[in-house]
Design a protein around this ligand. Structure first.
Ligand code: NAD
Length: 321
């Protein structure tokens, strides 16, 4: 069995490799070659922690396993550790033997950013110039770094519930050589692409804050009750997702479906666009919305890639298990 510790991930995984791994597994899911297992997420009643498992099997890529982890809200103040903690475990699909244990913290941010990036590549207008960011926390910086590589953006605009956090994404925009402007929410009408990546339980982005032709990647809503955008926006948009079952239960679409504004049949897996079995964006005026709920197969895909890279570079630790 191989171990790839968290400290090695930054030196091994690239945004490009994460993008390719996530794009391929979304495509495999839409073909029926890969599927996710039901998500387990439990409140531990200890340290106010949420803990759970996201697993799946990619028959095409021969990747089987799970990510175990969750959120410990007091880690930073009490232990100097980040609050999100996870590890990925991979198994040989032929025998069930464990093959690898991989640090999952950085990989989670990279695979989540890769998902919105895949949606931008396949659904945003080619001439998109203004990128809007809603959210400025840990994930937002990864999201922004990945998104700016997808189109010739000329400017980044941003809004955050806690405006004092905006300098973190302004810094990433500056690294990419892009000007940054803080805006009020109606100012998002200037954006051609909008990423929402917050932990909100009430909508910030309203349907009338968005212009025709915009692509929106809703990345923060991954739990029942969370919400970042007005449900009416999903009715105005063509909705895509990583996985329909998660989209309607724990994703952004949960609210629009519950309100009867859209139905499950209105939501298209992004893998169908990648595979060419769905046209994706049909017109320059259409609003497209990607509901990125985060699936276990994304974690397994990037973990499997990192194991290959670790072996190639001689940094995987082999243990007799
Ligand atoms: P974080 O704690 O670092 O940042 C939270 C962000 O949400 C900040 O921008 C904060 O200002 C904003 N926020 C907090 N309360 C708000 C409110 N009431 N209204 C609007 N905005 C508010 O968290 P993070 O690590 O950046 O994660 C952000 C979200 O992304 C979380 O909900 C997390 O669960 C989710 N997430 C999703 C995936 C996925 O695959 N879809 C993966 C990882 C994280």
């Amino acid at each position: 069995m191989l171990i790839v510790p968290e400290r090695e991930i930054a030196g091994l995984m690239t945004r490009g490799a994460a993008f390719d791994a996530v794009e391929q597994v979304f495509a495999a899911m839409a073909r029926g070659d890969a599927w996710n297992f039901p998500v387990v997420r439990e409140a531990l009643g200890h340290e106010e922690a949420l803990y759970g498992f996201k697993g799946g099997f990619d028959r095409a890529g021969r990747v089987l396993g799970l990510k175990a982890g969750g959120y410990w809200p007091h880690n930073l103040e009490r232990r100097g550790l980040i609050n999100h903690q996870s590890a990925v475990f991979l198994f040989d699909p032929d025998s069930g033997r464990p093959t690898a244990m991989v640090g999952g913290n950085l990989l989670t941010a990279l695979r989540t950013a890769a998902a919105s990036s895949v949606s931008i590549r396949h659904l945003a207008r080619e001439d998109a110039k203004v990128l809007g960011m809603i959210g400025a926390g840990h994930q937002a910086t990864f999201q922004l770094r990945a998104a700016v590589e997808q189109r010739d953006f000329e400017k980044v605009i941003g809004w955050n519930y806690h405006p004092e956090m905006l300098p973190s994404i302004e810094g990433v925009a500056a690294e990419a050589g892009l000007p940054f402007e803080a805006v009020e929410l109606p100012g998002m009408a200037e954006a051609d692409v909008i990423i929402t990546i917050t932990s909100a339980f009430a909508p910030s982005l309203m349907a009338d804050h968005v212009s025709e032709g915009t692509h929106i990647a809703c990345m923060g809503t991954d739990t029942k009750g969370k919400q970042e955008v007005e449900a009416a926006l999903l009715a105005r948009a063509k909705v895509f997702t990583d996985e329909v079952a998660q989209s309607i239960s724990i994703g952004e679409a949960q609210h629009a479906v519950a309100a009867g504004l859209i139905s499950e049949a209105d939501i298209t897996p992004i893998g169908a666009v990648i595979n060419g079995t769905h046209p994706g964006r049909r017109t320059a005026e259409e609003i497209t919305l990607f509901d990125g709920t985060g699936v276990g197969l994304q974690d397994l895909a990037v973990a499997a890639r990192v194991v290959d890279l670790a072996v190639a570079q001689g940094v995987a630790i082999e243990v007799d298990f």
